[in-house]
Design a protein around this ligand. Structure first.
Ligand code: AMP
Length: 297
């Protein structure tokens, strides 16, 4: 079904909503045949300014942009996380319409999985033995599968992903190489709330107290930069965890200093090293992740 959302101003462009993969694929084929470049932003909806920034960048760098909204069941290792995941479809469509994102893809689970429920079996080496992979078994298999399927439908020239999901970005780069997708994977910086909390759809699930406490996560990540010149890797990790856990509402699940490419753990500070600090924090509500880059001087 192809549905055109009418915006209030007659002159502004409308978003076209596709639910069927083959219809979207055909429409995009025509665009490609006409020489248009295609930018793609996959999302799980409940769109916020972080997602918006990805779409705006894609709009600036491509002739047309496709944004998908699909809460992918195979990447949830926890049923209640899947069931609670926020859905704000009407608002999402309005947002995409307001910035003239022409193509919006909102498939059903059957559309993406009924014909072929089998997940992609790839080897991600060290990337799949650490951090998110360790605490969310099967998560990246689901991510890689859905992004591969979406890439095959959209065949984008450029695809945009947030650094907020740092390990996901590395997995998608690897999947894309292994599956020989001819697409540029473009990393976009993390948008934050005023108090520093990384924007996330899951933030909608924080109660007021958890939301206030969650600001400690980014503060803690930044504090590490102050500690690094004076303390060992282990000591900095302990200090940051202690700082964040000053709130009884937050519990750090992991905080790792890793190489930004291989994601292998860093065990000592070396001058001019590029180090990524990646963290997952549990609340009684949603689980939150964030990361920050450190330059060692
Ligand atoms: P999601 O809907 O959470 O699956 O996210 C869709 C895309 O938006 C992913 O590439 C995310 O990394 C990216 N994203 C999520 N939050 C942010 C943020 N705060 N800033 C920039 N990009 C983000």
């Amino acid at each position: 079904m192809l549905l055109s959302i009418k915006s209030k101003k007659k002159s502004s462009l409308n978003s076209h909503i596709f639910n069927k993969a083959d219809q979207l694929h055909k429409a995009l084929q025509q665009e490609r045949a006409a020489g248009k470049t295609i930018g793609f932003v996959p999302t799980m909806g409940a769109l916020h300014d972080g997602h918006r920034s990805l779409v705006l960048r894609a709009l600036a760098e491509n002739d047309i942009v496709v944004c998908s909204i699909f809460v992918n069941p195979t990447q949830f290792n926890n049923l209640s996380d899947f069931q609670k995941y926020p859905h704000t479809e009407e608002k999402d469509i309005q947002l995409l319409n307001s910035i003239n994102c022409r193509y919006v893809f909102i498939p059903s689970v059957d559309e993406m999985y009924l014909e072929d429920p089998k997940l992609l079996e790839l080897n991600f080496g060290a990337l799949e033995n650490t951090m998110e992979a360790e605490f969310r078994p099967g998560h990246f298999k689901g991510v890689a599968t859905i992004v591969d399927r979406l890439f095959k439908i959209v065949l984008p020239h450029n695809a945009y992903f947030g650094e907020k999901d740092f390990q996901q970005l590395a997995i998608i780069r690897s999947m894309s190489v292994q599956m020989k997708h001819e697409v540029n994977i473009i990393a976009c910086s993390t948008l934050r709330e005023e108090d520093g909390l990384a924007m996330s759809s899951r933030n909608l699930l924080l109660n007021n107290d958890q939301r206030k406490a969650a600001a400690l996560i980014y503060q803690g990540l930044r504090k590490a930069q102050e500690f690094i010149p004076h303390q060992s890797v282990d000591a900095v990790r302990t200090l940051v965890i202690r700082y964040i856990e000053q709130s009884p509402l937050l519990r750090v699940q992991y905080f790792n200093f890793v190489d930004p490419i291989t994601l292998e753990n860093i065990n000592s500070w070396n001058k001019n090293d590029d180090v990524q600090g990646c963290i997952a924090v549990l609340t009684e509500g949603p689980r939150l992740i964030d990361n920050i880059n450190y330059i060692i001087e």
